[in-house]
Design a protein around this ligand. Sequence first.
Ligand code: NAD
Ligand code: DAU
Length: 350
Amino acid sequence: MEFKKILITGGAGFIGSHLVRLFINKYPNYHIVNLDKLTYAGNLSNLHDIENKTNYEFIKGDIVDASFINQLFLEQKFDGVIHLAAESHVDRSISNPLEFVMTNVIGTVNLLNAAKANKKEDGFRFYHVSTDEVYGSLGETNMFTESTAYDPHSPYSASKASSDHFVRAYHDTYGMDIVISNCSNNYGSFHFPEKLIPLSIYNIKNNKPIPIYGKGENIRDWLWVEDHARAIDLIFHNAKKGNTYNIGGHNEWTNIDLIHLLCKIMDKKLNRAAGDSAKLITYVKDRAGHDLRYAIDSSKLQNDLGWIPTLQFEEGLEKTVDWYLNNEVWLNNVTSGDYEKYYKEQYSKR
Ligand code: NAD
Ligand code: DAU
């Protein structure tokens, strides 16, 4: 499929900024509109290198504001939407579920309604970017496939599951051209330091405790964020209408093993004695409803569209550490202001 004007929501966030950059550079003939509310997680400095490109436009706005969204679709006549805007952090969803219902559910339905009312007759596609957390938790064996039943546990995953269902309902009820992908844990540059990897890098750098929930035995399947962006690009352009694709790294790590590897890399990068950073590991009270294991079977994406992850985890983690150590200003900016308050609220009673 070919597009002329694409709306990317949440393009100033972690994954969104990588996707916007990929599209701006790869598709100079597309006009890319990045709509973002710039919450604590959205940051225009993530897009500093492409902000003056002629095929790029940024609009600050809230997807929860239905009349603003309708007006935007009426004026802009998008032929494609890639929807990433969301509240994305599980711990925040446990403290404030309603915010997640508003943005992730109501915001998504607002976009679907505006698209339905204003979509171009000669082709339109709505791509919803979702998470493997909608499938719930695995035991020691098996993997999530596209036909795994939904079983979300956290307010975050419940809100994403609900939005996935709404997107499919607009396909089944109104014939909208939709595609959905459900991806595992991403890592890489511009990741907000509330998530395990960037938070641990920040704390190790500052000699602060590394909080490990429970026994550190929970397993996540980690994927280099640029591999996720490449998968979204392939699916958006090539998937058949109504399809779902799982995206994952085939890269399962217990949290504690991951943190030991990260500590080893940080010791080397910071010229510390071997084992120094690992002394910061601190076991804390577990996350409520903590899913044990996620693992993605992405063979449908590999077989249909030829996608495979490119980067080995150790190499990707080292690149990530280098990025954070070389981008102190970015890190200092995002950890100033409300960050300290958030950190105290989440961790002081653990
Ligand atoms: P993020 O929290 O880094 O960024 C979210 C972006 O959405 C921010 O720029 C924020 O300002 C914007 N936003 C939030 N509320 C908004 C609103 N009401 N209106 C407009 N913009 C708003 O998130 P991320 O990690 O980049 O995740 C992006 C998407 O990918 C989310 O939908 C998430 O569920 C999904 N996802 C994330 C991962 C992951 O590992 N991070 C994995 C799978 C799927
Ligand atoms: O699986 C995809 C999901 O991955 C995305 O949909 C979410 O948006 C994204 O935030 C991520 O969710 P997780 O909850 O898996 O990521 P997080 O980095 O918060 O936690 C990863 C693991 O590390 C999880 O088992 C909880 C644990 N953890 C996390 C933090 C923040 C700790 O042990 N200590 C911590 O301080």
